[in-house]
Ligand binder design. Structure first.
Ligand SMILES: Nc1ncnc2c1ncn2[C@@H]1O[C@H](COP(=O)(O)OP(=O)(O)O)[C@@H](O)[C@H]1O
Ligand SMILES: [Mg+2]
Length: 343
């Protein structure tokens, strides 16, 4: 007799009350990804159901309980319009012993605070760019210009626009003010690493491995724009900056650089207590010095984003990837592993 199909909930956040923000495209993408993942799981023979996390955490949990699922594919990137609550959603599932895919609450919280995440990476002797956390536009920085100004606790390039790269104190103060006023949080001011940008997807399928390196090709960037992956470059397919920043995977790099990036990515994955999957972002200066920008413990997992591109380059089918993630989550349940990101 055939076994009953595995019951899976595909969880994603939908409620976004902060419509004043000019950045909405990244929020909308979560629902689309969830649909694709749900369809993929169904085609792989599972009984998958979409479960949106809306205004009420109670309703969300009740729905998961009623469905009697064995595992949750957790695609939630925040709650109540706050990406900073991404880790809280995972934490609720942890204390209720609901097995879920992806990173645990502790890792999600640590990586969400860029300044603190950099301190952890540094403590593992990993290279990060010099930076300062600034809470007021009047504060001076002790950094070499140009610098880039970004919100300390957002992701998906929120708040990162061409004007975020500044060359003098006056422009810096204006950008810090914009970040503090728009995002109600301190700004991370970081030395601008003028050079190539790489991403490394890391996968834990029982063994932690780095997938083929990806590069953002900035060669088509129009004159006068900084070579960065701004919000426009990430989220508006018709924008000139989107077209000027195509990703290339595998990156055209020699084996030595490839191995350096991949081994740094694996060390960073472990340093932040990651599990299942994450993506590490790098910049390399003109002198060949490598810096880790950040570890993304809940990277965009849509078919047209970097992680899936790296899976494809590694010859790993999207459905197979999800089977591995679900297997990991069920194994953690079986072994009763503390599910907060500690191994
Ligand atoms: N120190 C830096 N030097 C050069 N470019 C940077 C630097 N910090 C950020 N960027 C650019 O801004 C983008 C978004 O910054 P990142 O730190 O990765 O934040 P997010 O969490 O929004 O992805 C990067 O992909 C990169 O193109
Ligand atoms: Mg990034």
């Amino acid at each position: 007799m055939e076994a009953d199909p595995l019951k899976v909930a595909v969880a994603f956040n939908t409620y976004e009350p902060f419509v004043y923000r000019r950045e909405k495209a990244s929020e909308d993408s979560v629902a689309k990804v969830a649909e694709v993942v749900c369809e993929t799981l169904k085609q792989a023979g599972m009984e998958a159901t979409l479960v949106p996390l809306q205004r009420s955490m109670f309703n969300f949990l009740r729905r998961i309980k009623d469905l009697n699922v064995e595992v949750v594919v957790n695609l939630c990137e925040g709650f109540f319009g706050k990406p900073q609550w991404e880790s809280n959603v995972a934490a609720v599932m942890e204390i209720l012993h609901i097995p879920f895919t992806g990173n645990g609450s502790r890792t999600l919280a640590l990586c969400q605070d860029k300044h603190q995440a950099k301190a952890i990476l540094s403590s593992f002797n990993l290279p990060v760019a010099p930076s300062q956390l600034i809470a007021s536009a009047e504060e001076m920085v002790d950094l070499k210009f140009p610098v880039i100004v970004k919100p300390n606790s957002e992701d998906a390039s929120l708040g990162v626009h061409p004007e975020s790269v500044v060359y003098d104190q006056e422009a810096l103060a204006a950008q810090v003010k914009r970040i503090i006023e728009t995002y109600s949080q301190p700004a991370l001011v970081e030395e601008f690493i003028d050079g190539r940008e790489f991403n490394v997807a890391v996968l834990d399928d029982g063994e932690i491995k780095a997938l083929p390196v990806s590069e953002i090709d900035f060669t088509g960037m129009p004159e006068g724009y900084p070579k960065i992956c701004s919000y426009e470059a990430k989220w508006y397919p018709d924008h000139i900056l989107y077209k000027a920043t195509p990703p290339v995977c595998p990156a055209p790099i020699d084996d030595d650089l490839k191995e350096r990036l991949q081994s740094l990515a694996i060390i960073a994955f472990k340093a932040m207590g990651c599990r299942d999957y994450a993506r590490v972002d790098f910049r390399m200066s003109g002198q060949g010095e490598i810096f880790i920008l950040e570890v993304n413990p809940n990277p965009d997992i849509s078919l047209d984003a970097g992680y899936a591109r790296a899976l494809k380059a590694a010859g790993i089918d999207y459905a197979e990837f999800w089977r591995i993630m679900i297997r990991n989550a069920l194994k953690r349940k079986e072994e009763n592993v503390a599910t907060n990101g500690r191994r």
